[in-house]
Design a protein around this ligand. Sequence first.
Ligand code: FAD
Length: 472
Amino acid sequence: ATHLVWLRNDLRIIDNKALYAACGDPDAKVLAVFIATPTQWQQHDMAPRQAAFIHANLLQVQQALAARGIELVYHQCNDFAGSLVWLVDFCQQRQVSALFYNRQYEINERQRDAQLERQLAGKVICHRFDDSLLLPPGSVQTGSGEMYKVYTPFRRAFIQRLLESDVNSLPAPRSRGEKINVTPPEMFDYPLAKVGSAYPAGEEVALQRLRTFCREQVQDYVKQRDLPAIAGTSSLSPYLAIGVLSPRQCFNRLRAECPDVLENPESGAFCWLNELIWREFYRHLMVAHPALCQHRPFIEWTDRVCWQVNDRALQAWQQGQTGYPIVDAAMRQLNQTGWIHNRLRMISASFLVKDLLIDWRAGERYFMQQLLDGDLAANNGGWQWAASTGTDAAPYFRIFNPTTQGERFDPQGTFIRKWLPELVDVPDNDIHQPHRWAEKQQYVLDYPLPIVDHQQARLATLAAFEAAKRGG
Ligand code: FAD
């Protein structure tokens, strides 16, 4: 028998369900493939730095498999359609008897996999696994068998289910022979970008970071997670997004370091688990409502909001030139590193939608093009939450004030000064409204005036949402 593992969003060898199952039969020959699809990635707005991160991690997986006598074959074609043609042919050439893969939940990916299985029917047995989640989509439902629309009852039911489920992590597969020599994959035919030294490739790095976080930092997570000047969150999202790390590994490590995590809802450990459950919530939701993958708002009437088409404002937001320091610092960090704190994502998303009245989909897209941890479900969930168009979203009349958000979460302006060097001389008290200070000092700041007046913008947004809700 020849077993083929198709690696996609699961670039690790430890706790990889498909890989582990493929290696279950000691007599089978095991092969792996990875197929790059740059045109498809471009259509999905994958950030160039995420492509580079995938490449760097792919090299590591290939080496780790080669050390165990498993060949990883690399192929590049344009899109999903091309990948199927190649894969069917590959299965025939290599006389593959069974295919193993971990499910992806986005709509195009699901259609691709269904099509592949139809083409292989009768020739290759297909084994698919729910690997990128703690619990499979559809397994946490309301009493009437539906997906929850509100997060807190979902979480309650989720934890109940979690306690009944086997979520132990699997080991790496055993060696299947001598170390083999492999040709490293060439760089993808994709716009080039640097990942930056903050995110070294490889599952050992990710596991080490997870261990340190659960041992030394998670206790302070409640206090620190909203403060962008402090590295108080795990920064594991880039690894989780492309499957260098699994959520089971996260949960099991957390439970090992904090055994009473579930009994102690006030603890940092529980608070962190809560974030992992948000990740699950949005993925479960996307499977229950595939239209979320197709730019549809969850709340239908919000599609009637008359969004402003304003390229100048959109660009100012993208480039961190809005005149609101916390928003601009966030966007400059995003542009330079591909990662920002959750709080900053909320502030910045809220500003685009509620202060500039620009369609959330433009922001969702821009984030995706920049994020190292870009993930359709989490990004869409976050944007629809901020735009008040999603399930369990902030109600449309709750509008963040970007100045007071800055005062609350970056009180001394430490984060702002790091990313906006033109404001280094502005004192703490004025850092969130630097022009007020500049005027008093008769100082000319090389920094834009606010591009909108928040109070006026707020009223305009309320009116636009109210009109849409009334139906016109
Ligand atoms: P931690 O605080 O350490 O959390 C641990 C893990 O839980 C994260 O790595 C992530 O996998 C998951 N997680 C945390 N918060 C959320 C959340 N609100 N929703 C879903 N999962 C969560 N996260 C992404 O992974 N990819 C995205 O493309 C993405 N886009 C977002 C867009 C907006 C507008 C908003 C508001 C949030 C978005 N998030 C996204 C969620 C969240 O901001 C990031 O997961 C988090 O900031 C990553 O940092 P961390 O790894 O240090 O998180």
